[in-house]
Write a protein that binds this ligand. Structure first.
Ligand SMILES: Nc1ncnc2c1ncn2[C@@H]1O[C@H](COP(=O)(O)OP(=O)(O)OP(=O)(O)O)[C@@H](O)[C@H]1O
Length: 305
């Protein structure tokens, strides 16, 4: 089956500023595909080129076999895009907005169901301008899905939502995917990517660093284990940093955090035993997507540029 989205050697600059240097990626039908990267990495520019909102300087893009720029009108009917603030009329009420946008599409979704699913039923008669930030966000998700798109592109899906609304939105996205919709998700939230995405492209400085499953990325970052404990008495970090199995030792308050390969736990406990130190509140964690992000880009996912 041909990929739903195919991006080859995308390059886009704004004046002298190269926003996207060389991005290639493919998204298969029915996937939830994540795009992760630090601030300014070129994620939004990449998806705006995919949506046909920006014209690439170089490279090729095909979405559902169409050219996003040349076939923009056709693609708009088949692609769901989250509208940004400013693109929705302030005076429209929630139900009016959903009804209006659903009328633009040949086979719209049940907009009342979307309104309920996104917890907006109580706000049906509220004007857009009077909604809270989280409610505006939920309406923008509903509007992205109201046309029953084959592909939905969601940029910063749950930014501004409280934890419960975020989880409800994840459930909704999984439900949408189970109906065969292909989803591209730009996100800063590692937990979101781990929970939802089948594959993730990690983008840094306008280039794709790696594409893999969230677990695959964590593994490829080669941080296999993280060990946390509180030593029962004073511990010289040098005892641990000198171990070949250990790559780093840091401290958070009284807690010692050791990263290392899969033999690190045995090596660390042996050293502690030799020095009559008990590892209290011992916890061993496998590497997360966040660890991989930091390892592969040298930046934190929530850092501002
Ligand atoms: N309209 C524009 N005009 C000029 N420069 C821009 C424009 N849009 C983005 N840029 C610049 O292009 C680069 C990539 O921006 P882009 O918004 O694509 O990154 P991003 O990964 O989505 O970042 P963020 O996570 O902060 O939203 C940045 O240096 C940004 O300042």
């Amino acid at each position: 089956m041909p990929p739903v989205i195919e991006v080859r050697n995308l390059h886009k600059r704004y004046g002298n500023n190269v926003a996207v240097d060389d991005v290639s990626l493919t998204v298969q039908e029915g996937e939830i595909f994540g795009i992760l990267g630090p601030n300014g990495a070129g994620k939004t520019t990449t998806v705006e080129c995919i949506e046909g909102l920006r014209v690439p300087d170089r490279g090729e893009i095909k979405v559902l076999g169409l050219d996003p720029h040349r076939d923009h009108a056709e693609l708009t009917r088949r692609l769901g895009v989250q509208l940004q603030a400013g693109q929705i009329q302030e005076r429209l009420e929630v139900a009016e907005a959903l009804e209006l946008y659903s009328s633009f599409y040949p086979n719209p979704a049940d907009w009342r169901g979307l309104m309920d699913g996104l917890g907006l039923a109580g706000k049906a008669k509220t004007r857009y301008a009077k909604l809270s930030g989280g409610q505006k966000q939920r309406l923008s998700i509903a509007l992205a899905l109201v046309g029953s798109p084959q592909v939905a592109i969601l940029d910063e899906l749950t930014t501004g939502l409280d934890p419960q609304a975020r989880r409800d939105t994840w459930d909704l996205i999984e439900d949408v995917r189970s109906r065969g919709v292909t989803i591209v998700l730009v996100t800063h939230f590692m937990e979101e990517a781990e929970r939802l995405c089948d594959r993730v492209a990690l983008i840094d400085a306008g280039r794709v660093v790696m594409v893999d499953t969230p677990a695959g990325l964590a593994e490829r970052a080669r941080i296999e284990q993280r060990i946390q404990f509180r030593p029962s008495r004073q511990l010289d970090d040098g005892l641990l940093t000198s171990l070949p199995e250990v790559s780093s030792v840091t401290r958070r308050g009284e807690t010692v955090i050791v990263s290392g390969n899969s033999d690190a736990l045995n090596a660390v406990t042996a050293v502690l035993a030799r020095n009559q130190i008990v590892a209290e509140r011992l916890r061993v964690e496998q590497a997360s997507l966040e660890d991989a992000f930091v390892e592969l880009t040298g930046k934190r996912p929530d850092a501002t540029s």
